[in-house]
Design a protein around this ligand. Sequence first.
Ligand code: FMN
Length: 201
Amino acid sequence: MNQEHNPLQEFQTWFYEVEKSHEIGEVNAMLLTTIGEDACPKSRMVLLKRFTWEGFLFFTNYKSEKARAIAKNPRVSLHFNWKAADREIYIQGKAEKLPQSVSEAYFEQRPRGSQLGAWASEQGKIISSRKVLENNLKKLEEKFQEQIIPMPEHWGGYLVKPEAFDFIQYSSVGIRKTIRYQLEKDYSWCKHVRHGLDFFI
Ligand SMILES: Cc1cc2nc3c(=O)[nH]c(=O)nc-3n(C[C@H](O)[C@H](O)[C@H](O)COP(=O)(O)O)c2cc1C
């Protein structure tokens, strides 16, 4: 395939360029927007943990609000805002649960503290105080002492399969270049380039 028409290749190039520039701390922080059970959109940060030719992987609690939203409507958007590099990327696509074996392979190589955190956190559930959470963690530490920590059932990953991308590059004189890729019915990518002017206050 022509590299020019492969947005995943382009994503990789941008990602590594921004990462190398060291201007942005968490290059992999992205805003995930879902359509909730109440039909309202909601956005929150998650961390991109892998990207492959199939799409973008993040991990979360399957009992969380975002997971419930995805179960009802798998259409999501991702937004990378790399302001210091004058770049942004918007991605629209469909999220699907990863096979348990894939989530387990990822979980196994997480630090123990993060593994315990996955057990301790019941996202979306109101915890009365920080102390309760700390006590939960302590109990879990004792429970799994010197043992391999298994992946909790309520934890795992999603693969976001992209259907559209907007790569946006800002220039110092306020000119914005947007490269839009749209997935066609025959799985080819249609590419459009637009230029615009931005005057932010
Ligand atoms: C920088 C940053 C990264 C985060 N990464 C994740 C993540 O990878 N997975 C996750 O479940 N929550 C992550 N969170 C917490 C979420 O933003 C969110 O508060 C939590 O998942 C509950 O969201 P929900 O109730 O909408 O499902 C992150 C928060 C921040 C600030």
